[in-house]
Design a binder for this molecule. Structure first.
Ligand code: FAD
Length: 611
């Protein structure tokens, strides 16, 4: 198996070999890749001759795209450069436990540590800087005499705003900026160009037509061979200190070998990867099930690719939400951080399928189909106004969600009294990854299924705990599950009891993640409140004392909530909202709160909570 797997990967890279090994440095910093959007430069600062005479000193700014393979922006940084500084900035905007949970932050630190290790193997290193990019980058420009900045473009709202500000600052300093869209299969702008002014399609099949019309997914670019391209590290550092604004290095040019060593050490300390505690997080002894980094990402992908049967027969709906070992790839944390290139995974999958003689599964259920879902939601993230909000979002149904802090907390803390739901939430909080259908169950339960709380709250909570929390994907899937966009069959609700039972009759998953129920007889493990008192006592788990009573009665509230959904949908239609952006051209719909909310009496008034 391992041999097959290695062969596949080798074959894949063999196709790149000529470019990897015969890669020669072009003479100037011209960008050649199709995805280049050379933003840049210094409006009328220095003459062309003066600029040409200057050494090219590049910063490649790693954000997502935390990898050496298929990284066109990093490659560009190296082209014609005298020195290249690989930089990662720890932005205080993100370093908050209430925003990014400790497990994801740990994953991210592991990922940049792996990047640093891999760069060091190539005679370079990662410079980890703390601070706001708009402040940190100009300091580094001056300190190292930077002439060129490269990075991978990013479609998230905060990133767009940050990057525009950085581009403006760079232009003012005469630093040329080159950006590349390499986080998705195609540049999101290319899809937008095909839309001819309309909003993105809200139906997957319509999206596939646009995807196909863009032609083949661009090939991966050669891996940076830093031993050839990157300059020797100490010299680069020394030079930076000579030219800079007095940063770190023990006093400029003199001092010989020892002075140089000291300077290097000081800089290494200054720019090293910090610990969780240094970043204001508590340390954690939670086991690392999915280690961060490009090395682990490639190994994980490799392992899956070696299993031809798994790849060719993969059907998402047939995988299990409560398997004790993940039944899907768990490549999501790596794809999210760009430790694995989406294009590499896509081309590797395609190569396995092309060589396979027999039939194989197809989108939307196949693995290629999953990558296209990712693409679909990225396009929406890029092109849908107010995508992560209900109000002002042209594709989102306006639904008068409730605001019940108690119910939200019970859901978030895994104490709803429904063991399957609580087990999913516990796995999420303790391990940082749960299966797609477990996410379905949790999202449906919080919103239209049982608790009538806003999907925006759910997305916020997922954002904290998921290792793979990805703004475009998380938002899109919450819109789907809450039947706010993309999916409209609000009358199809997951049962918090029957759904888990289908794939785990013995309740092994519940026993693992809700250990207080491990002695509960199988007959009652999904509905412990139905067990006779004596059975509860014998199992050491009395409901109401050792484990909560259900917070709502599913069979009652789910029907009532369907009624509320119908009213919100009807109100939307009455206001001309239709079935979503694709069908009606995506005008902003008005909030239906007043009309739908007023109908509470028709569905039994306030949501019936259990004591
Ligand atoms: C409410 C909810 C929230 C979600 N939030 C996120 C999130 O923040 N980040 C995230 O990566 N995924 C999210 N998903 C989508 C999906 O659940 C995960 O991508 C998937 O479970 C990751 O596991 P995997 O890598 O084993 O997936 P696989 O099934 O092995 O799929 C391979 C890759 O395809 C992509 N993919 C798979 N399913 C989807 C999907 N439905 N939508 C978009 N891309 C997909 C992912 O990049 C995934 O890694 C969410 C789903 C739901 C229902």
């Amino acid at each position: 198996m391992l041999r097959v797997c290695t062969t596949i990967v080798l074959l894949f890279f063999i196709s790149l070999l000529p470019s990897v090994f015969s890669f020669t440095l072009p003479s100037g910093p011209t960008t050649t890749a199709m995805t280049t959007t050379a933003v840049a430069a210094s409006p009328g600062t220095k003459s062309a001759a003066a600029t040409a005479a200057r050494a090219v000193v590049s910063i490649h700014w790693f954000r997502k795209g935390l990898r050496l393979h298929d990284n066109p922006a990093f490659l560009e940084a190296c082209q014609g450069a005298t020195h290249v500084f690989p930089v990662f900035i720890l932005d205080p905007h993100f370093a908050k436990p209430e925003k990014i949970g400790v497990l994801r932050y740990r994953f991210m630190l592991q990922t940049i540590q792996d990047l640093d290790d891999n760069l060091r193997k190539l005679g370079s290193r990662l410079y980890v800087v703390q601070g706001q990019p708009v402040e940190a980058l100009p300091r580094l420009f001056a300190r190292w005499g930077v002439t060129k900045l490269t990075f991978e473009s990013d479609i998230e709202p905060y990133a767009k705003q940050r990057d525009n500000a950085v581009c403006r600052l760079a232009a003012a300093k005469g630093v040329a900026v080159h950006t590349f869209a390499s986080h998705t299969l195609h540049d999101p702008e290319k899809y937008v160009a095909k839309l001819q002014g309309k909003g993105p399609p809200t139906v997957y099949q319509s999206f596939l037509k646009i995807f196909s019309s863009l032609g083949p997914v661009p090939s991966v670019v050669p891996m940076v061979d830093a031993s050839v391209i990157l300059p020797p590290l100490p010299k680069a550092l020394w030079k930076g200190d000579e030219e800079g604004e007095g940063g770190g290095g023990g006093g400029g040019g003199g001092g010989g070998d020892q002075g140089e060593r000291e300077a290097v050490t000081a800089l290494q300390d200054e720019f090293r990867v910090p610990t969780l505690i240094e970043m204001g997080y508590p340390d954690t002894d939670a086991p690392t099930l999915y280690p961060g980094g490009e090395t682990a990402a490639l190994a994980r992908m490799d392992l899956h690719l070696s299993n031809i049967k798994y790849i060719t027969t993969f059907e998402k709906p047939k995988t299990s939400p409560n398997a004790l070992r993940p039944s899907t790839t768990v490549l999501s944390p790596y794809l999210k951080h760009g430790a694995l290139s989406a294009r590499l995974f896509y081309h590797s999958l395609s190569s396995v399928l092309a060589k396979h003689k027999g039939p194989h599964t197809q989108p939307p259920v196949s693995l290629v189909g999953q990558m296209l879902w990712r693409e679909f939601y990225y396009l929406h993230g890029h092109a849908t106004k107010n995508y992560d909000k209900m109000e002002g979002n042209p594709i989102c149904r306006q639904i008068p969600w409730g605001q019940d802090k108690e119910l939200l907390a019970a859901w978030e803390e895994g104490r709803t009294g429904y063991p399957f739901i609580d087990a999913c939430m516990t796995q999420l909080r303790e391990e940082g990854w749960i299966h797609h259908l477990a996410r379905h169950a949790l999202a449906c339960f919080l919103t239209r299924g049982d608790l009538w709380q806003s999907w925006e709250e759910g997305a916020r909570v997922f954002e904290i705990y998921l290792l793979d929390a990805d703004w475009s994907l998380n938002t899109g899937n919450w819109l789907w599950l809450s039947a706010s966009a993309f999916f409209h069959q609000y009358f199809r609700v997951y049962s918090p009891v029957a759904f888990g039972l289908k794939t785990d009759k013995e309740g092994e998953y519940i026993k693992k993640y809700v250990p207080v129920l491990r002695k509960m007889p199988v007959k009652y493990i999904y509905e412990p409140w139905k067990a006779p008192k004596a059975v509860q006592e014998a199992a050491g788990c009395v409901v109401g004392r050792d484990y909560p009573m259900p917070v709502v009665e599913h069979s009652v509230v789910s029907k009532a909530l369907m009624g509320r959904m119908k009213m919100a949908y009807d109100a939307g239609k009455a206001e001309g909202g239709g079935e979503g952006g694709e069908d009606k051209g995506g005008g902003v719909k008005k909030r239906a709160a007043a009309s739908a909310g007023a109908g509470d009496g028709a569905v039994g008034g306030k949501l019936k909570k259990r004591a």
